[in-house]
Design a protein around this ligand. Structure first.
Ligand code: SF4
Length: 264
C-alpha cells in the first residue's frame, strides 16, 4: 500500500537563515503536511532541496535543530526571528519541542515571530510571554467551506482565529488575509472575517493576493472545477477583482477601526 505520508529525520548544518520577512528565519522542517494548494514554499523547497515528493505528503524533521541553533546564534547579531517561512512550525503528525527553540532565542536576546495555522501554538504561549516584543500570526483565505480543499491539512480557520485571541496580552497578534483567491469569498464573508478578527483583538491585518508560480494555475483550475465555479479567464490576471476586494476590505477595516496593510 502507498505510504500516505513520508516522514523522516534529517541532520542539518545550519538552522538560522536570513529572511525578508524578519531578520532571520528558522524552518524546523522541510516540507509541510498542511498541504495548502497555493503554497509558494512547495516551489522553493523543490528548488532549494530538490525534493520531488508530492507537496503536503512529506515531512523531513530537522532532528539536530536545537543543537545547531545554539551554535548558529553564537556569532549572530541579535534581531527578530520568524518561524517559519517554508513550512508551518507546528506539525501535528511529528511535533517537536518549539518551546525549547523559543526559549533559546529569547534567552539570547532575539525577538520571535511565529506564523502558524495550528492550535499547537498554545504550547509556547507561556514561553513567548516571558519577554515583550514577540508576535504570533495566522493566515486565513476564507471562513467558508472551501478552506477544506485549499488547506486540507490545517485546522478550521475559526479555530485559528480563536487561538490567536487567546494569546497572552504582551504578545502581539496579526492576521494575514491571503492569498486572496478570486471568486471564493463574498462581501459578507469578508465582513464575518473582519468582525471576528476584531472580536479576537487582532492588532494588525495584512492582505495579499494570489500570485502565479509554476504549476499553480492547473491546481487552481482543478480546485475551481471541484467547487463548481466556472472560470473563463486566468484568475491571477483579474486585476479588477483584486482591486475591488482590496477597496472593500480597506473600507470595512476603516469602519471597524482595524489596522490593515495591503501588500499589493
Ligand atoms: S501552512 Fe504554510 S508552509 Fe504549510 S503548506 Fe500551508 S502555506 Fe505552505
Amino acid at each position: 500500500m502507498k505510504e500516505l505520508y513520508k516522514i523522516k529525520e534529517v541532520d542539518v548544518r545550519r538552522v538560522l537563515g536570513k529572511s525578508r520577512l524578519a531578520d532571520y528565519v528558522i524552518n524546523p522542517y522541510i516540507g509541510c503536511l498542511h498541504g495548502c494548494i497555493y503554497c509558494y514554499a512547495e516551489y522553493l523547497t523543490r528548488k532549494i532541496y530538490g525534493v520531488r515528493e508530492e507537496w503536503g505528503r512529506y515531512l523531513y524533521v530537522k532532528k539536530n535543530l536545537t543543537k545547531v541553533l545554539e551554535r548558529d546564534i553564537e556569532k549572530t547579531k541579535r534581531g527578530r526571528v520568524i518561524l517559519s517561512s517554508l513550512t508551518d512550525p507546528f506539525q501535528e503528525r511529528y511535533p517537536i519541542d518549539l518551546g525549547e527553540v523559543v526559549e533559546i532565542l529569547l534567552k539570547n536576546g532575539f525577538k520571535v515571530t511565529i506564523l502558524t495555522k495550528s492550535a499547537m501554538i498554545r504550547d509556547v504561549y507561556d514561553v513567548l510571554s516571558l519577554n515583550s516584543g514577540n508576535e504570533v500570526g495566522t493566515t486565513i483565505v476564507t471562513l467558508n467551506e472551501a478552506w477544506k480543499k485549499i488547506e486540507p491539512g490545517a485546522i478550521d480557520p475559526y479555530l485559528r482565529l480563536k487561538t490567536l485571541g487567546d494569546a497572552p496580552s504582551n504578545v502581539d497578534t496579526f492576521l494575514m488575509i491571503g492569498p486572496i483567491i478570486p471568486y471564493i469569498n463574498t462581501h459578507e464573508d469578508f465582513v464575518r472575517l473582519l468582525k471576528m478578527a476584531k472580536e479576537m483583538r487582532v492588532e494588525r491585518i495584512y492582505l495579499d493576493k494570489l500570485r502565479s508560480k509554476p504549476g499553480l494555475l492547473s491546481k487552481m483550475m482543478k480546485f475551481y472545477r471541484e467547487i463548481g465555479i466556472e472560470i473563463r479567464r486566468n484568475p491571477f490576471q483579474d486585476t479588477d477583482y483584486f482591486q475591488r476586494v482590496k477597496r472593500d476590505i480597506l473600507r470595512l477595516a476603516t469602519e471597524m477601526k482595524l489596522e490593515v496593510h495591503a501588500l499589493f
